[in-house]
Design a protein around this ligand. Sequence first.
Ligand SMILES: Cc1cc2nc3c(=O)[nH]c(=O)nc-3n(C[C@H](O)[C@H](O)[C@H](O)COP(=O)(O)OP(=O)(O)OC[C@H]3O[C@@H](n4cnc5c(N)ncnc54)[C@H](O)[C@@H]3O)c2cc1C
Length: 383
Amino acid sequence: MDFGLSDEQMLLRDTARSFVERVCPPEVAKDWDDTHTTPPELFSGMAELGWFGMPFPEALGGGGGDVVDLVVIAEELGRASLDVAMCYSGTLIGGLLLARWGSPGQQSGMLTDIMNGKARLAIGMSEPDAGSDAAALRTSAVPHDGGFLVNGQKMWCTGAGVPATTIATYVRTDRDAPKHQGLSLLLIDPTSDGVELRRIPTLARHILGTYEVFLRDVVVPSDALVGPRNGGWQVMLSGLEIERVLMCGGYVGAAQATFDEALAYSKAREQFGRPVGTFQAIAHDLADLQTEIDAARLLAYRAAWLLSQGRDCSREGAMAKLKCSETYVAAARLGMQILAGHGFATESVMSFRWRESIVATISAGTSQIQRNGIARSMGLRTY
Ligand SMILES: Cc1cc2nc3c(=O)[nH]c(=O)nc-3n(C[C@H](O)[C@H](O)[C@H](O)COP(=O)(O)OP(=O)(O)OC[C@H]3O[C@@H](n4cnc5c(N)ncnc54)[C@H](O)[C@@H]3O)c2cc1C
């Protein structure tokens, strides 16, 4: 049994760590968040390092790496912020879907552009009445001129307004089929006629932004279909599996950075003539938190390894997503308590960690939904 990273992965980690120090240390990530800035240098810097091509087969022009490599990078980017990690992972969730389900034309076209950093993908799954119950989506695509005519509304579409982004949009192509059948995935250009974006004011996630997407009589060509027509549910499940695992890297990195900041503060801040970290109440909380973070990291890499081996990781991915996201929330909450008044000041990085941690247990499937999945894998049907 080997719990270590390979030499190549350690090099990747060191490169990613120095990228964060140089381009997006936490104070800079917070400033981007505060000012709602989407910095081009963040994306171009990642592209120059070849990170967007990393997980794709060499036969498709990729770097021949795997999902574990992605999690190594995402963990380091998460140290800057979850949003920064999402700037990387978000596009690759869709890219990995194209590698698996895309047509040769989509792979030589859009996937190649993604690998070169020229194109990005957002995921349009959620709708006003379809959140956890994603298969309840109603956005419709009916046959039109050899392609589709799309009408409906998407919610919470992260990064939809970033330049050069295409929305991987789940639609209902057969209204008469049972709920989980009759779904399909279409690539929709948000600059097309009939598409309107509205940025949703949120607590954080301000680098990428999160959007409502209105689709009114949008004409979509037939070659925008990804995977089988009416087979979108299977495509969505495989996308969710990838998303859960990739997001874990960001959660663990963010939790570790939050811990490191709280620990450093507990050593520097003195009250009653001694560092506050030497009070047993604080020291034990920090000891518990690092233990939780290590457990979360192990679950994340187990799930990533299973996925990289092409093995089923639905249960392990749900466990990792649950633990890693909850641990980031716990880290930010403890960090706020240890920094106390200094954390409560909105100038503090810790206050930013706390704001952005809230979404970890909501997006990519809530904690309750992960628990449902884990319980189902034990033969317990939950409602
Ligand atoms: C910042 C942000 C970014 C996002 N990015 C994207 C994106 O890029 N693309 C996209 O498609 N979506 C995105 N989402 C949507 C996200 O996936 C949903 O918010 C999430 O799935 C939950 O749906 P909901 O918010 O509608 O909550 P609901 O589904 O309405 O749930 C409300 C509450 O009920 C609980 N609940 C619901 N069903 C069950 C059940 N069966 N058992 C137990 N509890 C249950 C939930 O856990 C939750 O606590 C994003 C959301 C946010 C906040």
